[in-house]
Design a protein around this ligand. Structure first.
Ligand SMILES: Nc1nc2c(ncn2[C@@H]2O[C@H](COP(=O)(O)OP(=O)(O)OP(=O)(O)O)[C@@H](O)[C@H]2O)c(=O)[nH]1
Ligand SMILES: [Mg+2]
Length: 710
């Protein structure tokens, strides 16, 4: 039986670390009847944080998906929900979720309002055009402040936030919310632990809240009217809009990114999550709200293809997550168009490979429920797919199309690992390949010179978790080195007409490759995307061919480019990848017998190395954005310490007795910082850090690094 796609909501929950995403998700599972006993993060029993490591640490590491029903005004809806981690080391989990979800709930801590990571995940949602609602959580917490948190959304995120609820009381006086659309007060039994938010007592707006209510309701109506001409006319004539008119207009404005409706509550105390679910249904998009998707013809990348997002179309989906499992890889697919049945063969149009979908499941955290078909709008986990990677498009074999890819941040930190025994050595390669498939922000490479394997990732915690996974899931014991910064190289100037010749002509068939290149510093921002495509912009290197006609035969040009790209990967100064350079091939020569692909590859490498040296090379290091929250008493110590670490304070905000210090600090100075900050402030300050940019290493530090590399 055909399902009604307008009754589906694919949503993600995203926020700064510890804002309460998993607690909100846990309540959602409870109220939708998915679980009967509510799990708690602080007790290590949350359903969505099912991984051992997550339960031990009380944080989310991998995103978890579930499907649950929700009744809204007597109609049954299906909510596919993904809970994401807040820790920046696992940002890829947010990235992939935002790529495939139709809507999101951004959760905020009611005391802190917008925090450093709130900004990051907000940007990620904006990048993939995801409409969102806001939920101001923790209204019960000491220091909770609705007005402050709400204003921080408008001011710090610059977002058109509009409250559809306001809190009644806050912190110890928190009792419930006022629904600004219906004009009623909703009280919860916060003192009764057994009630779990099931009893909601509705009353008229109490006298002492009337003024606040009028003010917020007026603000809401005014903002909604600004997005809707018919409502504006009524508003100007002093006519009150009806509930339905308001909801319809808010929905339209939310889908058009003109508005973010704001809800509030306390997930821990079971307040507000049911009304938030109503909001998800009322204001977030169904798959049918995105009537078409656009992709490209894989054989003809300039040709755009537009598909309707209905089940009767040829199948298209995107792979957004791969989880290794004892029965093979579980490949998560979001279906955008058409229908797919188990046992079908599909095309991976990104890689031009065919794959079998042998079985499919609907996921509930770590549990799975077999299904035979999946349709446009569905999220399923498949077994049988062998080679697809995150971001690949799967489609009907007869109707090829490639959808927009995902982009992932660069790794900033690396560590050497060595297998403990010969048996471990054998298993290591395979285990690393599996981990790389699961996590696009994890890299592993083997260093021929030292015989060591280098793994790299997004931060210390990321590498620690991966290392534990090796031991726990893959049973590989390894000895690890100290984490190191992933430096990069770049050129400081330019060089013209640098020649690379690889010529050997002594007896038998010789080797002859000869090319001349220009090199210059390159910044891809503000460059025409068509040019970037033409120049194969990847891994920080652009290559343009200006040799037409006789001096080098056409078939050798790709060999030169390949040689250059390979040389760039291992750098010129100290084995770090060289980035942000454009190479132009301007001349060359060949030999009718001795020229070969390999000879031109080597010529390209030689020319590149020489050209870089002539242009001047410098080392780049990752600079982190560091945000420290500290009591006023410790500000002097904390900022002094940041300066010692070559850090620059860029902002300092006072909030009551707390100072929020924002700084830019080189990652190399930040190892073990969390522990040191704790001891410096008797455990009362906290910090978060995320990669900001790469910047040149000062000379004094540079020499020390080069000495260490040898
Ligand atoms: N006071 C109070 N505490 C809450 C509330 N919601 C969550 N918490 C607590 O805040 C802590 C973090 O909650 P989580 O749900 O794990 O937060 P999260 O956003 O999923 O965290 P990460 O996934 O690690 O980013 C836990 O100890 C929760 O019990 C709330 O409404 N009020
Ligand atoms: Mg969580």
């Amino acid at each position: 039986m055909a399902r009604d796609l307008s009754k589906i909501r694919n949503i993600g929950i995203c926020a700064h670390i510890d804002a309460g995403k998993t607690t909100v998700s846990e309540r959602v599972l409870y109220y939708t009847g998915k679980i009967h006993k509510m799990g708690e993060v602080h007790e290590g029993t949350a359903t969505m944080d099912f991984d051992e490591e997550e339960q031990k640490r009380g944080i989310t590491i991998q995103s978890a998906a579930t499907t649950c029903p929700w009744d809204r005004n007597g109609e049954e809806y299906t909510i596919n929900l993904i809970d994401t981690p807040g820790h920046v080391d696992f940002t890829v989990e947010v990235e992939r979720s935002m790529r495939v979800l139709d809507g999101a709930v951004a959760v905020f801590d009611g005391k802190e309002g917008v925090e450093a990571q709130s900004e990051t995940v907000w940007r990620q949602a904006t990048k993939y055009n995801v409409p969102r609602l806001c939920f101001i959580n923790k209204m019960d917490k000491v220091g909770a402040d609705f007005d402050f948190s709400f204003n921080s959304i408008r001011e710090r995120l610059g977002a058109p936030a509009v409250a559809v609820q306001i809190s009644i009381g806050q912190a110890s006086t928190f009792r419930g919310m006022i629904d600004l659309i219906r004009g009623v007060a909703m009280y919860y039994k916060l003192d009764d632990d057994k009630d779990k938010g099931k009893t909601i007592i509705e009353k008229p707006i109490p006298e002492e809240e009337k003024e606040r209510y009028e003010k917020w309701r007026h603000d809401m109506i005014e903002k909604v009217a600004e997005t809707d001409d018919a409502l504006m006319e009524k508003y100007l004539n002093g006519v009150e809009p009806t509930e339905d008119e308001l909801r319809t207009a808010i929905r339209a404005a939310t889908l058009a990114f003109k508005m973010h409706p704001v809800f509030c509550g306390s997930a821990l105390k079971y307040v507000g999550v049911q009304r938030l679910l109503d909001g998800v249904i009322d204001y977030l998009p169904a798959p049918t709200d995105i009537p078409t998707i656009t992709g490209h013809d894989p054989r003809e990348m300039d040709t755009e293809i537009v598909r309707k997002t209905t089940p009767d179309q040829p199948f298209v989906g995107i792979v957004f997550k791969i989880v290794n499992d004892q029965h093979g890889d579980l490949t998560y697919v979001r279906v955008y168009s058409g229908t797919i049945e188990k046992g079908t063969r599909v095309l991976n149009s990104t890689r031009d490979k065919r794959e079998n979908i042998s079985r499919m499941f609907q996921m509930h955290a770590s549990d799975r429920n077999p299904v035979d078909t999946a349709e446009a709008g569905d999220i399923v986990a498949c077994i049988g797919i062998k080679e697809a990677l995150t971001g690949d498009t799967l489609c009907d074999q007869d109707h090829p199309i490639v959808l927009e890819k995902m982009t992932f941040p660069e790794t900033v930190i690396s560590m050497s690992i060595e297998p403990k025994t010969a048996a471990d050595k054998q298993k290591l390669g395979e285990a690393l390949t599996t981990l790389k498939r699961e996590d696009p922000t994890f890299q592993a490479s083997y260093d021929e010179e030292t015989g060591q394997t280098i793994i790299s990732g997004m931060g210390e915690l990321h590498l620690e978790i991966l290392r534990n996974k090796l031991t726990r899931d893959h049973k590989v014991e390894v000895i690890v080195g100290k984490p190191k910064v992933a430096y990069k190289e770049t050129i400081t100037g330019s060089a013209q007409r640098v020649r690379g010749k690889h010529i050997k002509q002594s007896g038998g068939r010789g080797q002859f490759g000869d090319c001349t290149i220009n090199i210059e510093h390159f910044d891809p921002t503000n460059v025409d995307p068509e040019d970037l495509k033409e120049w194969g912009w990847a891994d920080g290197i652009a290559f343009e061919n200006k040799v037409f006609g006789g001096s080098i035969p056409k078939e050798y040009i790709p060999s030169i480019e390949y040689g250059i790209r390979m040389a760039a990967k291992t750098g010129v100064l100290a084995n770090y990848p060289l980035i942000n350079a454009k190479i132009t091939l301007v001349d060359g020569s060949y030999h009718p017998v001795d020229s070969s692909q390999i000879a031109f590859e080597l010529a390209g490498q030689l020319a590149f190395r020489d050209a870089c040296t002539k242009a001047g090379i410098t080392l780049l290091e990752p600079i982190m954005k560091l945000v420290i929250t500290t009591p006023e008493d410790f500000v002097g110590n904390v900022t002094g310490d940041v300066s010692k670490r070559r850090g620059i304070i860029v902002n300092s905000d006072q909030r009551g007795n707390t100072r929020i210090v924002e700084a830019e600090v080189p990652l190399s100075e930040m190892f073990g910082y969390t522990t040191e900050l704790r001891s410096m402030t008797t455990g009362r300050a906290s910090s978060v850090m995320e990669p900001l940019k790469y910047a040149p290493v000062p000379n004094s530090v540079r020499n020390a690094i080069l000495e260490e590399v040898g």
